[in-house]
Write a protein that binds this ligand. Structure first.
Ligand SMILES: [Zn+2]
Ligand SMILES: [Zn+2]
Length: 195
């Protein structure tokens, strides 16, 4: 199941166009059916609950289990195409399941350009290959394992155990397939040099 902070979903007609969708951050137009997602919060209303507003389609992605439950119960308002919403919810659940299955280290295409390579300190360009590793970090009195990033071309700086097994571990763990995987592994092997 996908994590969601919400305890209950309500359908309501959007009374104005001022609220923004919590998932996509775009405004929800006046008059459309929106989802009010309620969750316990220290600064909530008299019931101790706060509310996020979501487009129907965004609710299917953000909190698929609850949205399908709401559809199954027979929604009191017109939700348009319920089967399309169910399909979005199913795909969101699938995506969440495959994400938790990823094991470290793996190689992926950087989905954005925000991560810094811990070896060279430079940003990893969006769309380029990056290694995602669990790195042992000395935090003074204890050590911690922290998710960190490396350019594929900086693979020589991978310092965790089983360094020589890195290419095979990447092959086993990575979401990339086919040519994308092979070209990433080629860069890694080349960066690591002759063993
Ligand atoms: Zn939205
Ligand atoms: Zn680097």
């Amino acid at each position: 199941m996908m994590d969601s902070p919400y305890t209950v979903l309500l359908l309501q007609e959007s009374p104005s166009g001022r609220a923004r969708c919590r998932k996509c951050r775009k405004p929800i137009p006046k008059g459309v059916v929106r989802v009010a997602a309620r969750f316990p919060a220290p600064f909530g209303d008299e019931e101790g609950l706060a509310t996020h507003y979501l487009h129907l389609r965004c609710a299917a992605r953000r909190t698929p289990g609850l949205l399908v439950g709401l559809l199954d119960a027979g929604p009191a308002m017109d939700v348009g195409d319920p089967d399309a919403l169910r399909e979005l919810a199913r795909r969101a659940e699938e995506g969440a399941a495959s994400r938790v299955e990823l094991r470290y280290p793996y190689v992926e295409q950087a989905p954005n350009g925000k991560a810094k390579c811990y070896a060279c300190g430079r940003l990893v360009v969006e769309g380029s290959h990056r290694l995602v590793v669990l790195r042992t970090v000395d935090a003074g009195r204890f050590t911690a394992r922290r998710k960190s990033f490396l350019h594929a071309a900086c693979a020589a700086f991978y310092g965790e155990e089983d360094r020589n097994g890195l290419p095979e571990a990447l092959r086993a763990n990575s979401p990339l397939t086919g040519e994308a995987l092979e070209s990433a592994l080629e860069v890694v092997r080349c960066a690591m040099g002759p063993i």
